[in-house]
Design a binder for this molecule. Structure first.
Ligand code: FAD
Length: 392
């Protein structure tokens, strides 16, 4: 009989891994708690009213059609020595190897005052779904002259350029629908992805709408009061009409249950096989993994899933997996029709995934609008292609 692989998490990482493992002839079960996946990429466009929520939702029929066994249940327990997964209803699944791609959990213990209840007033919208729609409604309903506060955590977190894309698109909404309103962008760090590109675009496009407050100027949120709609930093206090608080994160809870998360909350892995450094037989991919220089993105999760699946197939066949090369590209929209990107190439070096020196690149700071327009089209093409590949 074919070897059994269980994949937990049917997002960009897990769904891709399930397909590749199935193509490799293994007996694959994909465990995903939700019947519908809601994609985070392009959810900032939903918040800004530039994309319908329907374009973010994907079912699992495509995977089932491809012959993959999809079980809609929460995985609640993992017995690594016995190689067995327990589901919420008590059923168990035996595996020869286990792949985890559970994404992130929000750390509701990190910012005083910010818990799951507070997120109903001050959405994070960092897991797409109801939170995305809530922030979109709040933004649309905000009066002219109002203040939006958006806070960004320190590294590492899901989608490094995502908060800055969100800030840009919110500023676009303000500029076009309530030009006297303002966005205050509070950052718990001083440097960020594609910083020069974002900041030079903000200067031109949103000079009065967007105010950036880095760590050095008091950008780190120290507490929130959701009833009074106040966001506090060590330096001052902001009264918000709309507050989007993106808290620090960690690997999805099942990673800690499996024992593959370390004290950082994330999962150390072998960069060739993505096998956990803490528990043999369990592989971790996507946002949950500590993937060295690779950012936590859907593009990365998809690339890691293919490499991990090949390694699992090799290991089960008694072959040694070859060291991989992986690529990531992150597109961001600064405004409709204005795209920028950053790309990197990674390989195992010194026990981690490191940048391949001299490879990759970033959009030029001085470029004609035609290039920005083209990159916005590439972004849309990328989204169409990856979602079709993963869920189609
Ligand atoms: P996820 O996609 O989150 O999938 C995890 C899945 O596991 C979920 O479906 C969850 O329900 C399931 N799950 C978790 N625990 C269990 C359990 N115990 N039992 C059963 N199921 C479970 N990336 C890009 O590449 N490009 C972009 O433009 C981009 N834009 C973004 C914009 C925003 C606003 C945000 C927030 C993120 C963006 N990202 C982007 C990042 C991208 O969404 C993530 O990096 C990607 O989703 C990670 O994939 P994953 O498989 O690790 O996790």
């Amino acid at each position: 009989a074919a070897a059994k692989v269980v994949v937990i998490g049917g997002g960009f990482g897990g769904a891709t891994a399930a397909r590749a493992l199935h193509r490799g002839g293994l007996d694959v079960t994909l465990v995903e708690v939700n019947p519908t996946y809601v994609s985070c990429p392009f959810s900032n466009e939903v918040i800004a009213g530039l994309q319908p929520m329907a374009a973010q939702r994907f079912g699992y029929e495509g995977l089932a059609r491809a012959g993959i066994r999809v079980v809609h249940a929460a995985a609640t327990g993992i017995d690594a020595p016995a190689r067995r997964v327990t589901l919420a209803d008590g059923a168990t699944l035996a595996y020869d190897r286990l792949v985890l791609s559970p994404g992130i959990d929000l750390r509701f213990d990190a910012i005083p005052g910010y818990d799951a209840a507070a997120a109903e007033r001050m959405p994070h919208a960092w897991k797409a779904g109801e939170q995305t729609l809530l922030l979109a409604r709040q933004l649309a309903a905000m009066p002219e002259g109002g203040t939006v506060v958006l806070s960004v955590p320190g590294n590492p977190y899901r989608c490094p350029p995502g908060p800055y894309e969100r800030a840009s698109l919110i500023a676009h909404v303000l500029k076009t629908t309530k030009p006297r309103a303002k966005l205050i962008l509070l950052d718990a760090k001083d440097t960020f992805s594609k910083q020069r590109l974002f900041q030079s675009a903000w200067k031109t496009l949103y000079p009065t709408q967007l105010e950036y407050v880095p760590l050095a100027e008091g950008g780190q949120v120290s507490a929130v009061d959701p009833d009074a709609m106040i966001v506090r930093t060590d330096f001052s206090e902001y009264k918000a009409d709309v507050a989007c608080i993106i808290p620090p994160q960690r690997a999805g809870r099942i990673a800690a249950i499996a024992g593959v998360a370390d004290r950082s909350g994330w999962c150390p892995i072998d960069p060739v096989t993505f096998e956990s450094r803490l528990v043999p037989g369990i592989h971790v991919i996507g946002d949950a993994a500590i993937a060295g220089a690779m950012p936590k993105s859907a593009f990365s999760a998809n690339a890691q899933a293919k490499v991990c699946a090949d390694a699992v197939i090799d290991l089960l066949a008694g072959r040694a997996p070859a060291p991989p090369k992986l690529i990531n590209t992150c597109y961001s929209l600064v405004a409709p029709g204005y795209g920028i990107s950053i790309a990197g190439v990674y390989h195992p070096a010194g026990g981690v995934l490191a940048d391949v020196e001299g490879a990759g690149g970033i959009s030029p700071v001085d470029a004609p609008m035609s290039l920005r327009e083209q990159e916005a089209l590439y972004a849309a093409d990328w989204y169409r292609t990856i979602t079709r590949q993963v869920f189609g």
